[in-house]
Design a protein around this ligand. Structure first.
Ligand code: GDP
Ligand code: IMO
Ligand code: MG
Length: 434
């Protein structure tokens, strides 16, 4: 049966968590395959009494909120163990059953020195900084590639763990002390922090690739949920202003241990406007009142760091690029409700780069940095659309916006978000029907 991949189509915070949660009661496994607690997913669940329960997830896959789903932290994730157990405790205190969680023994852990290094290096870079979340993500992926990382399975053999930490610290301490004038870290301090979680962690650790493969053989539905997004992907994003993992669909194969031949559809989450957190180019960014309007109306403040998100109009060049890189079969267009009340809604359809029109994402970094958006102005709508549940209920101009964007980005818009709540969606095509 199918493996489905769900990815962000812009610079993150498109509403991936809500989309995963939406499918929650119809899928069997949700596998997080990249990133770590740099992610921040808000899921809002309406209660029978009309109140709203809000959950902020960082490290756990969003499927953890759906009873019956087996949540999996795949080998491609980097795990901050302190955050993992804090998040599990927080959910358990709110009555969520988290006992089904499986964690790959091949996933890497984020040791204390990498959290310190991430923050220290950023401070040192000053105006040249990336604007990372400071969670130790970059240094931990660098160690993985450098073959000096610490994996989940190392935690269960104290002598192996000590050897690996010792080897890592030989280099890390030189960097911390000699380059950055920070204090040295001891093998004991780093290992004891990790070892304290070993007993709680042990029953969750599994050969997750095998388990997922068996589940697929048994006809189960597996959703691979990306953290971050296409333009934050280390290969396909706006390098170096990216995260350090593959957040695109290909990352699901390596990060979950699922072969490409088992993936039958790719869902791209695309916000009705654009946001970005951290540094880096952003052609449709609005530095005026319109940007402030989107930030306020869309509540665009980071779930992880609380930073105000940079805001701009929708960019269909990016949407088309995300479609190509990920093989997106269905888009979920989120936060359409935020655009209600605008006289005109600009849609970026191409870029002008030093007098030359670019219809596709420029491959050259300088061209992208110099790109000026070419807009088509679409007439806006004033109605509150948050109560609409059928496509036909949307105002005519709103439908025209959806169809214009759809035609530009190259795949159908199957679901439309009209509010943060689980039920605040319009389904045009069933995402699981193919
Ligand atoms: P993620 O990182 O991709 O999971 O997205 P975030 O959770 O960081 O950011 C998306 C925000 O938008 C969250 O606060 C969601 O509750 C909210 N959201 C998701 N879909 C919609 C929608 O259709 N309309 C509105 N108004 N808010 C939404
Ligand atoms: P979700 O999953 C938005 C950004 C950071 C920074 C860059 C590198 O919620 O969409 P890192 O700490 O990963 O080394 O930072 O990537 N970033 C995100 N931006 N949403 C995210 O996750 C992000 N995860 C990382 O702001 O610019
Ligand atoms: Mg987010």
């Amino acid at each position: 049966m199918p493996a489905i991949v769900l990815v962000g189509a812009q610079w993150g915070d498109e509403g991936k968590g809500k989309a995963t949660d939406l499918l929650g009661d119809r899928i069997d496994y949700v596998v997080k395959f990249n990133g770590g607690n740099n992610a921040g997913h808000t899921v809002v669940i309406e209660q029978p009494d009309g109140s709203r329960e809000k959950y902020a997830l960082h490290l756990l896959p969003s499927g953890i909120l759906s009873p019956g789903v087996t949540p999996v932290i795949g080998n491609g994730v980097v795990v901050d163990l302190g955050v993992l157990f804090e998040e599990l405790d927080g959910l358990q205190a709110r009555g969520i059953d988290t006992s089904a969680l499986r964690v790959s023994g091949n996933a890497h852990v984020i040791p204390a020195y990498n959290r310190v290094l991430d923050k220290t290096v950023e401070r040192f870079l000053g105006s040249k900084k990336i604007g990372t979340t400071g969670r130790g993500i970059g240094p931990t992926y660098a160690d993985k590639m450098n073959r000096t990382g610490i994996r989940i399975q190392d935690i269960f053999d104290e002598s192996i763990l000590r050897q690996k930490v010792e080897a890592a610290l030989e280099v890390k301490n030189q960097i911390l002390v000699k380059l950055y004038n920070r204090r040295e870290m001891s093998v004991d301090e780093v290992t004891s922090e990790l070892l304290q979680y070993a007993e709680r962690l042990r029953p969750m650790v599994a050969d997750t690739s095998l388990e997922v493969s068996d589940a697929l053989d048994a006809g189960k539905i597996v959703l691979c949920e990306a953290g971050q997004a296409t333009l934050l992907d280390v290969d396909h994003g706006t390098y170096p202003y990216v995260t350090s993992s593959n957040a695109t669909a290909g990352g699901a194969c390596t990060g979950a241990g699922i072969p490409p031949t088992r993936i039958t559809s790719v869902i791209g989450i695309f916000k009705a406007y654009t946001t970005r957190v951290g540094e880096g180019p952003f052609p449709t960014e609005l530095l005026d009142d319109s940007g402030e309007y989107l930030r306020k109306t869309g509540a665009e403040f980071g779930v992880t760091t609380g930073r105000p998100r940079r805001c701009g109009w929708i960019d269909t060049v990016i949407g088309r690029y995300a479609h190509r890189i990920n093989g997106i079969t269905d888009f979920v267009l989120t936060k359409l409700d935020v655009l209600s009340g605008l006289e005109q809604v600009p849609v970026c359809v191409a870029y002008d780069v030093d007098g030359v029109r670019h219809d596709e994402m420029p491959a050259d970094q300088s061209a992208f940095h110099h790109a000026t958006p070419i807009y088509e102005e679409l007439p806006g709508w004033f109605e509150d659309i948050s109560a609409c549940r059928r496509y036909e209920e949307l105002p005519e101009n709103c439908r025209a916006y959806v169809e214009f964007v759809e035609q530009r980005i190259g795949a159908r818009i199957s679901v439309i978000g009209v509010g943060p709540g689980r039920s605040e969606v319009i389904v045009r095509h069933d995402l699981l029907e193919g």
